[in-house]
Design a protein around this ligand. Structure first.
Ligand code: NAD
Ligand code: SER
Length: 317
């Protein structure tokens, strides 16, 4: 790891929902040339990612990852590449290979090159037996393959910290709501798709029922939480380092519809629950994030009203 010069960071899965905005933010802070965006997909017309270095990288290819880390003199990896819940339940072997295999590649590369790591977890680590307001510490018995890969990811990150002193950090992101890039195959995608449908067609057919309540967060809060966690002194980071609960808001699908309807004339929504209803039902309604508050001062800023305002404004520009 370099000890002088600007901080150099690699982002995996950089063309996804979170990567698009994280790369943009990191480049604003550290300089475009110091943030290496990587993804298995080709760079498209994604403006947030085109203004700096980009390399094709599959996260299961640890040799290529190691090469890029050395070539670009990388000191930190934000590891976002993954298969999310809805795709993961359709393709469980792929989900295990990318989510677990990719995390092992990142951790091994980090160990070889003494890197600091951010690897996100998810509310999907909780199963139906967890309290509906999920505490930081509770038995983790997810029923989705995706959730199981996230529990393994947290355990691996903890193991590399405990055995090797590798500075690994992670957040259990709630469902994230953003407009700059589409959501990538998750169960919480309805809370993003609904805005596109409302503005483009005036109608949405929602794949979870009206009473479905899940923990959600606006992307600006999620990016801020990520950077606050990564920039906190190591002494502030406690036993939850691999998967801090962070809470934004919690609302039902019907409450989201009602809040959009107040702003989009004539918007209608029907509900046709599919398999994703089962995944949603296995997750908590809300998240207790008191540990993140105590350890590194986390506080969400967005509520349902200003999320809906920001989404409509962003998509209307
Ligand atoms: P996304 O699906 O939008 O993006 C993931 C990116 O990974 C895609 O660009 C995809 O091309 C890339 N990818 C897939 N396989 C790859 C491989 N083999 N090598 C390299 N890249 C590969 O996902 P996201 O929403 O940006 O999620 C990022 C991380 O955050 C994931 O770990 C996800 O589990 C976690 N997370 C996301 C949410 C959410 O609501 N978005 C919630 C909880 C946790
Ligand atoms: N938003 C993600 C999903 O639905 C949760 O990790 O898969």
């Amino acid at each position: 790891m370099s000890v002088s010069g600007p901080k150099k960071i690699m982002v995996t899965g950089a063309l996804g929902q979170i990567g698009t905005e994280l790369v943009e933010k990191l480049r604003k802070i550290y300089g475009n040339e110091n943030i290496l965006a990587t993804d298995v997909r080709k760079l498209d017309d994604n403006p947030g990612v085109q203004n700096g270095p980009f390399e094709i990288l599959s996260v299961v290819d640890s040799d290529s990852m190691d090469k890029l880390v050395k070539e670009y003199d990388i000191q930190e990896i934000y590891h976002l590449a993954a298969i999310l819940s809805a795709t993961g339940e359709k393709k469980p072997e792929l989900c295990k290979k990318i989510n677990i295999g990719g995390t092992i590649s990142v951790l091994e590369t980090a160990l070889n090159n003494n890197l600091k790591i951010f690897a996100p977890s998810s509310i999907a680590v909780f199963g139906p037996d967890a309290p509906k307001n999920a505490p930081q510490v509770t038995p983790l018995n997810p029923t989705t393959v995706y959730g199981q890969t996230k529990v393994i990811g947290e355990n691996l990150a903890n193991e590399y910290w405990q055995k090797h002193g590798l500075d690994t950090r992670g957040l259990r992101y709630p469902g994230l709501i953003s407009w700059k890039s589409p959501a990538g195959g998750g169960t919480t995608d309805y809370a993003v798709e609904i805005f596109h449908a409302a503005l483009e067609k005036g109608h949405y057919d929602c794949f979870v029922g009206p009473e479905t309540r899940l923990p959600m967060m606006y992307i600006d809060d999620a990016i801020r939480a990520t950077l606050e966690l990564m920039n906190s002194p190591v002494d502030n980071i406690g036993d939850s380092r691999a998967g801090y609960n962070i809470s934004g808001i919690s609302f039902t699908a019907q409450q989201l519809v009602d809040t959009i309807s107040e702003r989009v004339d004539g918007f209608t929504c029907t509900f046709t629950p599919d398999k994703r209803q089962l995944y949603a039902d296995s997750w908590p309604d809300s998240i207790d994030d008191s540990q993140a508050k105590d350890d590194w001062g986390w506080e969400a800023q967005y509520n349902l009203e200003n999320i809906v305002d920001s989404m409509i404004e962003g998509l209307s520009d």
